[in-house]
Write a protein that binds this ligand. Structure first.
Ligand code: NAD
Ligand code: UDP
Length: 337
């Protein structure tokens, strides 16, 4: 099967391409490179012996997307392409809605024209409303609090409406929890631009000496050690979740929604300690005030994905840290080094 992977030059998309190739699929990457790296193509080839077709294009370029769907006889689409920085989305809401919502609309309309009717979409746990009621399951209340989160929820609703309008569509939204880790080869991983917003890439840059110290945002949350709790999922498990979703959804019409998480909550101090073990150092850190907009704790109920897709996480916290350290220490400056 030929799979169009929008955003396939990014963190999760590129690693998913490796897993797609390993499973016998043929990924075709379409990416504008607004946040992706063309160097991932060499790495994918190094790992899997195959170099995916790469098209540098914006998913909002309808004519180009139609042409790619036709030329490469695409059977299904995994749609990773999107902007993902929550803070930036608050400052630039129009850019976020245009890229994430309009981009998805253009893609869906191009697919309709060509008759490609299977779409797997990168959604996020940020669509859920703030609640003490853990774990979050697919029926938990929705209430995204940022333009980024709302853009994901808008697209999910569009997927539902399109599936309802025409029973030949198969629309799947995957709500990721906190993706971390790297390919175990150490050749591919997360390569954020500038100062990382997220915990794991920040810790990794402290470990490699690019940042002096981790600032832990808040030590007075109502959690066992007072620091924020999240559900971290190894990016390889996340990639495998896409393959499971694709196998399930292709040829199965309707609108499907799944959490992809581990089901386990871990604190900032848990992550710091595990990473310290993986890299053999005590990592410098200091406590700082809470970060605006942060929730104390949330984690997934991944039971639906296990029951329906036959998927569950396989990789441990130790693997998340060891693989990240392997990637970061081999590529201290990311793909550009
Ligand atoms: P990433 O930024 O590494 O990858 C996204 C890719 O999409 C980049 O290569 C970028 O160049 C490309 N892109 C963006 N807009 C585009 C457009 N209009 N046309 C073509 N290409 C475009 O991000 P990632 O971490 O790999 O995330 C992939 C998807 O998963 C995103 O949609 C993101 O919102 C979602 N997601 C990520 C996380 C996370 O923590 N990483 C959590 C939940 C959901
Ligand atoms: N965090 C932190 N220092 C950092 C980055 C993150 O203490 O430099 C904390 C953050 O407050 C949260 C957890 O780590 O409790 C995960 O943050 P991240 O931004 O990775 O994920 P999100 O908050 O978007 O789920």
């Amino acid at each position: 099967m030929n799979i169009l992977v929008t955003g396939g030059a990014g963190y999760i998309g590129s690693i998913t391409c490796v897993q797609l190739i390993a499973a016998g699929y043929r990924p075709v990457i379409l990416d504008s490179l607004v946040n992706g790296k063309v160097a991932v193509l060499d790495r994918i080839e190094q790992i899997s012996g195959q170099r995916p077709v790469f098209i540098e294009a914006d998913v909002r370029d309808r004519a180009r997307v139609v042409q790619v769907l036709r030329e490469h006889a695409i059977d299904a689409v995994i749609h990773f392409a999107g902007l993902k920085a929550v803070g930036e989305s608050v400052a630039q809401p129009v850019r976020y809605y245009d890229n994430n919502v309009q981009g998805s609309l253009v893609l869906i309309d191009a697919m309709r024209e060509v008759g490609v009717k299977t779409l797997v979409f990168s959604s996020s746990a940020t669509v859920y409303a703030e609640t003490q009621d853990m774990p979050l399951h697919e029926g938990s209340p929705i209430g995204a609090t940022s333009p980024y989160g709302r853009s994901k929820w808008m697209v999910e609703q569009i997927l539902g409406d399109v599936a309802a309008s025409d029973p030949s569509w198969s629309m799947t939204a995957l709500r990721y929890f906190n993706p971390v880790g790297a390919h175990p080869s150490g050749l591919m991983g997360e390569d954020p631009q500038g100062i990382p917003n997220n915990l794991m890439p920040f810790i990794a840059q402290v470990a490699v000496g690019r940042r002096p110290s981790l600032r832990i945002f808040g030590r007075d949350y109502p959690t066992p050690d007072g620091t924020g709790v999240r559900d971290y999922i190894h990016v390889m498990d996340l990639a495998d979740g896409h393959l499971a979703a694709l196998r399930y959804a292709h040829g199965r019409a309707g609108h499907h929604v799944f959490n992809l998480g581990s089901g386990q909550g871990l604190s900032v101090l848990d992550m710091l300690a595990a990473f310290g073990q993986a890299c053999g150092q005590t990592l410098p850190h200091e406590f700082a005030p809470r970060r605006a907009g942060d929730l104390a704790a949330f984690w997934a109920d991944p039971a639906l994905a296990e029951k329906v897709l036959g998927w569950r996480v396989q990789r441990s916290l130790q693997a998340m840290c060891t693989d990240t350290w392997h990637w970061q220490s081999n590529n201290p400056k990311g793909y550009d080094a």
